[in-house]
Design a protein around this ligand. Structure first.
Ligand code: GDP
Length: 338
């Protein structure tokens, strides 16, 4: 087992350490979600043992259960892909669940990883941790420089705590815990719940159902003017593995494409990919959320990683997966109603 990199307080610059993933026991926390399933797919390409645990066996918000499981199974690497996630509506509707669950998941896993000598931990956050009015493209150093976007502040505060936990355990204990902030994600195993999904899944589903019903129009939430950056989830998984191997610093690393698209253009692209020929309308009674969220990905690029999947290609894959899952009756529809 590779020992933890003992980092002094503050950033260590210079040549990057190479963390050897070969032979590690990698625990993917949250292996049933969109990110977790992509990580398990990606890790199959490396000579590692992947560990997972079903939710019915271990509730990650329960400290005693997490402690016990980590003590028994002795992972040497932990990836925190478990989270309570949801779109703009879910975040606004279930603030307590988004704050509590995500705080507990981060705290329990980071602490247990430290107590049981985990050699490397990757905490996955989200680009929504940055201030609403962050200068674009958003650099990692803008964290905690201004007020958050109110629609997702609960989730953001929990994710910021996760970043700080990694930094604190690194500073106090020399733990090699890193964090990464992915942009908006899409792909196989996304949540297709009509209200609680994110925009890619929501629009794929709505356009698909409108095509089938020959409905004349599909409603897009908000004005269509906000911009977002979308990353195919397999690219995120690949970037995560890259960071495990090549990154060991306290600051988070943004993961994205660096390219943004307006929600109106994105909706038109989804309509095209799905093959729906009706009109798109904009429901301005629904919130827009953050006006822009384009990540500065130069830190990641400097580490030698770039996104590989063009947006249209990724959406075609996501739609193909959606159609298969729908036919099989296995479409994930996770509502957050407690
Ligand atoms: P956000 O990046 O946290 O705001 O994540 P979302 O995926 O929930 O929303 C992204 C943008 O897409 C926001 O401006 C939404 O208003 C817009 N949007 C348009 N239609 C939909 C929809 O059907 N569902 C969701 N969740 N967002 C939508």
């Amino acid at each position: 087992m590779t020992p933890p990199v003992a980092a002094a307080a503050g950033a260590r610059k210079g040549p990057l350490p190479m963390f050897d993933l070969a032979g590690q026991r990698v625990f993917v926390a949250g292996h049933r979600g969109m990110v977790g399933t992509a990580l398990v797919r990606r890790l199959a390409q490396d000579p590692v043992t992947v560990l997972t645990v079903p939710r019915r066996e271990v509730d990650l918000t329960c400290q005693a259960a997490v402690e016990r499981w980590v003590a028994d199974h002795r992972p040497t690497v932990v990836i925190i892909a478990a989270a309570k996630v949801g779109g703009i509506h879910a975040n606004a509707t279930w603030p307590a669940a988004f704050l509590y669950d995500n705080l507990m998941i981060a705290a329990n896993l980071v602490h247990a990883a430290h107590r049981h000598g985990v050699a490397k931990l990757l905490f996955l956050g989200s680009s929504c941790i940055y201030p609403r009015a962050a200068a674009q493209p958003i650099t990692e150093d803008q964290l905690l420089t201004g007020p958050l976007e109110p629609t997702n502040q609960w989730y953001a505060v929990a994710k910021i705590a996760g970043v700080k936990l990694c930094q604190a355990y690194r500073r106090q204990h020399g733990a090699d815990f890193i964090s990464a902030m992915p942009t908006n994600l899409y792909g196989p195993h996304d949540n297709y719940h009509p209200l609680d999904s994110h925009v890619p899944a929501a629009l794929i589903r709505r356009c698909h159902e409108a095509k089938r019903a020959r409905a004349p129009e599909v409603a897009v939430w908000g004005t269509g003017r906000p911009t977002r950056e979308f990353l195919y989830v397999d690219d995120l998984a690949d970037a995560s593995v890259h960071l495990l191997k090549h990154y060991s610093d306290p600051e988070p690393v943004n993961i994205g494409t660096g390219e943004e698209i307006s929600i109106a253009d994105f909706a038109a692209l989804v309509r095209d990919v799905v093959g729906y020929s009706g009109r798109l309308t904009f429901d301005t009674g629904r919130p827009d959320g953050m006006p822009r969220k384009r990540l500065d990905v130069s830190r990641l690029t400097a580490l030698g990683w770039r996104a590989a999947t063009p947006l249209r290609t990724g959406l075609e894959r996501a739609y193909a997966w959606f159609c298969d899952a729908e036919r099989a009756g296995t479409l994930p529809e996770r509502g957050h109603d407690p």
